[in-house]
Design a protein around this ligand. Structure first.
Ligand code: HEM
Length: 424
């Protein structure tokens, strides 16, 4: 990859030095291959190596990989980085636009992002989330009644998937009878979150079909709620704003899908990855059990830091910028490696240690800029209630696996299954 033409300065010399260090320390010798099965099983040694050797690393494909907390935060907060809709041609090696559909606001820049997010905020309020707590407890307790002392169970299917999907479905107003059909669509959309180049033709077609069927499904639900509003989130989204400042039909459709998919695929992995961390750290499990109420909140934050459900996010440089002493040219793509930033020793003491009481946990699992996760209060609530109940009711839980299998997804990190015995 050639550097853009520029005048020579001291900073450029440093840049060139780093660049030649990079080419000497090429992608091969850095040994970073996100498609390697060993990376999927445990990406953290790869992240450490990358951060130590080339923290602002340019891949042979021309993407910049950021592994330091400081650099990731700088990009997330930088108005000169975004999704590249408008100012700069989106050099879309990552995702081709789906014709005729509104872009979800997670992929928009200001001012479109600001307008949509503030409309959705009017419906997705902290009050609406807090009000759910008794119902979340009820769902958790009901599910655990069937799982505690039931022998070997798959925690992902029997609990980690079911809790968030029930909660977001009830919140949005998706009837219980429709959930299995919607589950299948959601899985196809979540698989399609990965860059297009990583997906087969069939996976791309499935994703497009899932979007079309999702649209049709939510179109029907929106029409019902317009005719007969209830107190669910879909009704609130329809009514959010006034006059001209309302969500249009295409915006409502993509927002419903975004909330539905984002609302459970990631929370499922918070629950799965978090339980796995506890199973692998029996001393932390005992510590948690001895003070469930005191530790539930910080334990959830630590699970999010230690093994975050969303590992990577992409941004495009909307103008030339400098990050971590490297010059990034307008139009170039930057990858925020959240899993790496969350283990940066410059920010987290003893970063590879699971410490469920970790103070001042500034992880990036929910982002750190204008796209900060809208559903973070809901995910935290579900995590706190779920782990609290599981640890209290199954203090002698034990693994029932010898090997683990991760779902085939680069961006979202989560287990395909987690066999466990939840012993009281
Ligand atoms: C543990 C669970 C969750 C994790 C780890 C997570 C993570 C994230 C991350 C990293 C982003 C920013 C993505 C980016 O900037 O590229 C994000 C945005 C978002 N999340 Fe979550 N999320 C979780 C749960 C939820 C839930 C429960 C909901 C909704 C019910 C939700 C809805 C959203 C939405 C709507 C955005 C877009 C915000 C914006 O663009 O302004 N998420 N989430």
């Amino acid at each position: 990859m050639t550097a853009p033409q520029q005048e020579t300065t001291e900073a450029d010399d440093a840049d060139d030095a780093a660049r030649s260090a990079d080419s000497a320390d090429s992608a091969d010798s850095i040994d970073f291959d996100p498609f390697d099965p060993a990376y999927r099983a445990d990406p953290y040694p790869y992240y450490r190596r990358l951060r130590d050797r080339s923290p602002v690393h340019r891949t042979p494909l021309g993407h910049w990989l950021l592994t330091r907390h400081e650099d990731c935060t700088a990009v997330l907060r930088h108005p000169g980085f975004g999704h590249g809709t408008g100012q700069v041609l989106d050099q879309n090696t990552f995702r081709r636009p789906v014709r005729g559909r509104a872009r979800p606001f997670i992929l928009l820049d200001p001012p479109e992002h600001t307008r949509l997010r503030s409309l959705v905020n009017k419906a997705f309020t902290p009050r609406r989330v807090a009000r759910l707590e008794p119902r979340v407890r009820e769902i958790v307790d009901g599910m655990l009644d069937d799982l505690i002392d039931a022998g070997e169970v798959d925690f992902i299917d029997a609990f980690a998937y079911r809790l968030p999907v029930s909660v977001i479905s009830e919140m949005l107003g998706v009837p219980a009878a429709d959930r299995d059909a919607v589950r299948e669509l959601s899985t196809l959309v979540a698989r399609g979150v990965d860059p297009d180049f990583q997906l087969s033709k069939e996976q791309l077609e499935n994703r497009d079909r899932a979007f079309a069927e999702f649209d049709e499904y939510f179109r029907g639900l929106l029409a019902e709620r317009r005719a007969r509003p209830s107190d669910d989130l879909i009704s609130a989204l329809v009514q959010a704003g006034d006059g001209a400042e309302r969500l249009t039909e295409p915006e409502l459709l993509t927002t419903c899908i975004l909330l539905y998919v984002a609302g459970h695929e990631t929370t499922m992995d918070l629950l799965g990855n978090g339980l796995l961390a506890l199973l692998r750290h029996p001393a932390e499990l005992r510590r948690f059990g001895a003070d469930v109420d005191g530790l539930a909140e910080s334990a959830v934050e630590e699970f999010l830091r230690y093994d975050p459900p969303t590992q990577l996010s992409r941004r495009t440089a909307l103008a030339d910028a400098e990050i971590g002493g490297r010059r990034i040219a307008a139009g170039e793509q930057v990858v925020i490696m959240r899993g790496a930033a969350n283990r940066d020793p410059a920010v987290f003491a003893d970063p590879d240690r699971l410490d469920i009481g970790r103070p001042d946990n500034r992880h990036l699992a929910f982002d750190g800029g204008i796209h900060y996760c809208l559903g973070a209060p809901l995910a935290r609530l579900e995590g706190r209630v779920a782990f609290g109940a599981v640890v209290r009711r199954a203090p002698r839980m034990e693994p029932a696996f010898t090997e683990l299998r991760y779902r085939d997804n680069l961006i979202i990190r989560g287990l395909a299954e987690l066999p466990v015995r939840l012993r009281s």
